[in-house]
Design a protein around this ligand. Structure first.
Ligand code: DOR
Ligand code: ZN
Ligand code: ZN
Length: 448
């Protein structure tokens, strides 16, 4: 037998351990793992030179934009950024122009993506105005739904408890997860209005509008509304201790509730607001150290399930206004997340096992991304290959993303991505994209 290719001299992450081995790849799958002498024949050997081979990492929280927001990011630049950042699969958020919230908008988005993507991409949809359409959107291939509670983005009236309950039932029937941006719309709008009227337009005023209570109230409301449903809620970018406590209580009550945190909310705090300015305006906002410590506690005890980058690209001019209400919220994260997390592993702040769980294994479980997340025979040949030995400086000018800004610019980090392999094909190699547009696959909901 002759296989398509073989990775040799790998230090691969297999079942929680790092093992020196070779990995044979056939038709986009891992066909054999073992010593080089045990490998089948091949015409293509890829010498990994002792670098660390991780299962292809998955970023469950990415705003790839394109369509009406292509000036911020498009499928080509966004998935190039994913490959450069070591992500072999990303899940795309629906707050697009047009909003992804119907079978048709989803279909059109998938068609446009197919020609451009470099890594695997799955799609979220917002709730449609007619809840009956939820099943049609899943049939079209959405991997999950997303509910923005902070402002009205999807078709469902956020202030209508019974409509929300109906949607929660429908999404539960479909057995797809519902990712939630938990901020209470009414409370947030009132806070913002008051501050704007008093002409309070500074950085700290943004924090004053997006209070901890704004998050906690939304989390508790949705947990309550979904109490008698089997809805699989996944709370995005958690930022408060009290929010986490509510989620932990729901987990203890045997509910299928999970949550995500971003590197921003783990590595930065409100103390950094002056230093980084508008760059770090994001929603939910950076919190004080007490909240940050609670999130770390959640990482350590396993109550936080995943890390998502919340890659939120914007044009440089959109981040520049001196009036905080005009600043677009969000930070790009695809090209910073892995080195930031890897640096924590290097500093013994996070274990390698936890990192792989948070960035791959748990994500696969929550979103049913079968055949991914583990280096095992028969699984997809998605690999993130990392130089764990050299320290380097994060540099936004090297970003493949259109959004060339980051609070982490100039930070000393470890964990440079040397190669990204998607479905057996090398996509990113030593700083360059080496594959054709359209090399990635669209991931549709597995109906099984
Ligand atoms: O910071 C954020 N950016 N939070 C959001 O909820 C939206 C996102 C975006 O799309 O830019
Ligand atoms: Zn969000
Ligand atoms: Zn987001």
């Amino acid at each position: 037998m002759i296989v398509d290719s073989i990775l040799t001299n790998a230090k691969a992450y297999l079942n929680g351990k790092i093992i020196e081995c070779s990995i044979a790849i056939e038709e986009g799958k891992i066909s054999k793992i073992g010593k080089e002498t045990q490998m089948p024949k091949t015409d293509e050997k890829i010498n990994v030179q002792g670098h660390l081979v991780l299962p292809g990492l998955i970023d469950e929280h990415v705003h790839l934009r394109d369509e009406g927001k292509a000036y911020k990011e498009d499928f080509s630049s966004g998935t190039a950024a994913a490959a450069a950042g070591g992500f072999t699969t990303v899940l795309d958020m629906p707050n697009n122009d047009p909003v992804t919230a119907s079978p048709q908008t989803l279909r059109e988005r998938m068609q446009l993506a197919q020609r451009k993507i470099l890594v695997n991409v799955g799609f979220y949809s917002e709730f449609p105005s007619r809840t009956q359409e939820i099943a049609d959107i899943v049939a079209e291939g959405a991997v999950a739904f997303k509910l923005f509670m902070g402002n009205q983005i999807g078709g469902l009236n956020l202030d209508d408890d019974s409509a929300l309950q109906e949607a929660l039932k429908k999404v539960a029937e479909q057995k797809v997860p519902l990712a939630v941006h938990a901020e209470d719309r009414g409370m947030l709008a009132t806070n913002e209005e008051k501050l704007k009227q008093a002409q309070k337009n500074g950085l700290a005023d943004f924090q004053r509008a997006h209070t901890e209570t704004v998050e906690v109230k939304a989390i508790q409301r949705l947990l309550k509304l979904s109490e008698n449903t089997e809805a699989r809620l996944h709370f995005c970018h958690l930022s408060t201790k009290e929010g986490l406590n509510s989620i932990v209580a729901a987990k203890k009550a045997q509910r299928t509730i999970t949550c995500e945190v971003t590197p921003n909310h783990l590595l930065l705090s409100s103390d950094d607001l002056q230093r980084y300015g508008q760059l770090v305006i994001m929603a939910p906002p950076l919190r004080d150290k007490m909240q940050v410590n609670a999130l770390w506690q959640g990482i350590e005890d396993g109550s936080i399930d995943t890390i998502g980058s919340d890659h939120a690209p914007h044009a440089a001019s959109e981040k520049a206004s001196s009036n905080v209400w005009e600043v677009k919220v969000g930070v790009p994260g695809l090209e910073t997340t892995l080195p930031l997390m890897f640096t924590l592993v290097k500093k013994n702040r996070l274990s390698m096992q936890n990192m792989v769980k948070l960035l791959a294994e748990n994500v696969v479980e929550i979103y049913s991304l079968n055949d991914r997340g583990h280096i095992q025979e028969g699984k997809n040949a998605d690999f993130t290959i990392v130089d764990y030995r050299t320290q380097y400086k994060m540099d936004v000018s090297k970003f493949k993303s259109k959004a060339k800004f980051s609070p982490y610019h100039g930070w000393d980090v470890w964990g440079k991505v040397v190669k990204t392999i998607v479905n057996g094909q090398t996509i990113f190699d030593e700083g360059e994209i080496v594959a054709k547009s359209g090399s990635g696959s669209i991931i549709r909901r597995d109906s099984g």
